[in-house]
Design a protein around this ligand. Structure first.
Ligand code: AMP
Length: 287
């Protein structure tokens, strides 16, 4: 595995790889790798000749009072994990390399950001869209892999590449969980032991919601109440509980389309998110 830290070298490598007829799969991350990230690599390895992973904690997507400085980082460990997983290139630029000067153009995401994490983290998705757009121009992948753990991000990025005709296929990948159901996340290390136990209520609440929907519950308000009853068993503060259409992320009156049930809970030093996307056919089974 080779580590590349400059944009110039990364682009040169990618152009050469593409010219030689090979395909590139890209896995963008913020590092502190876990099995969730690795599942994206596995998928990328199946579908491409060359797999490039980036590790970049993007300051633009963090708000002033968020955890940019505290975000867990461990390059040596990540390097080992990426190598073992079969990553060909680790792209690891620093902030100065990615943002050397005041930008002359800004990306602003217009749709799908007035709810969920977009609502609680103003400007977050503008930062995500900016860095993803830059990374796609630098890495030049045929396919880019994103986890449904960040389902709103997947919806926003699909919109971004459509809007700007970026020639890349966005491949959404399923959420990888701990044995007890907690979605894997780099931020889980910041849970206290008690909070770690309580955190299983996030996935439990979503399972309960999915079961209720399968049994024929069509009222989003009742689904939200059910979820809240689980989340209230934690010491965390509920940031949001939403039942929306997916990928449009619009409010729905009754359950009749593809929907996302999504939650965010703020614990002492970690804000956790989780979701479940249910397709119409799955709902129809229960109706
Ligand atoms: P991050 O490093 O947290 O920015 O995540 C990088 C990529 O890994 C994003 O596309 C995430 O959605 C994805 N990811 C993070 N956690 C998981 C998980 N538990 N399962 C699947 N994908 C994940």
């Amino acid at each position: 595995m080779r580590i590349i830290t400059t944009i110039n070298e990364m682009q040169t490598f990618s152009k050469k790889t593409l010219r030689s007829g090979k395909t590139i799969g890209f896995v963008p991350t913020m590092g502190y790798l876990h099995e969730g990230h690795m599942s994206l690599v596995e998928e990328a390895l199946k579908q491409n000749d060359c797999v490039i992973m980036s590790i970049f904690v993007n300051p633009l997507q963090f708000g002033p009072n968020e955890d940019f400085d505290r975000y867990p980082r461990d390059l040596k460990r990540d390097e080992e994990l990426a190598k073992q997983a079969g990553v060909d290139i680790l792209f690891y630029p620093n902030v100065k390399e990615m943002y050397p000067k005041e930008r002359t153009t800004r990306l602003t995401v217009q749709e799908r950001v007035d709810t969920l994490c977009g609502e609680s983290r103003p400007g977050h998705f503008d930062g995500v869209a900016t860095v993803v757009m830059k990374l796609l121009q630098i890495v030049l992948p045929d396919r880019a892999y994103f986890g449904m753990k960040d389902a709103q991000q997947v919806a926003v990025i699909k919109g971004l590449v459509e809007d700007f005709n970026v020639p890349v296929e966005i491949v959404p990948c399923p959420i990888i969980r701990e044995e007890d159901g907690l979605a894997k996340s780099s931020r889980n290390v910041y849970l206290t032991p008690t909070e770690r136990e309580e955190a299983i209520q996030l996935s439990r609440s979503l399972d309960a919601a999915a079961n209720a929907i399968e049994r024929g519950e069509t009222n989003p308000v009742r689904i939200k109440e059910l979820i809240i009853s689980y989340l209230n068993q934690t010491s965390g503060v509920i940031d949001y509980v939403e039942v929306l259409s997916y990928p449009a992320l619009e409010a729905i009156d009754v359950m009749k389309e593809n929907i996302i049930v999504a939650v965010a809970v703020q614990f002492t030093a970690a804000r956790l998110i989780d979701n479940k996307v249910t397709t119409r056919s799955e709902i129809a089974i229960g109706v």
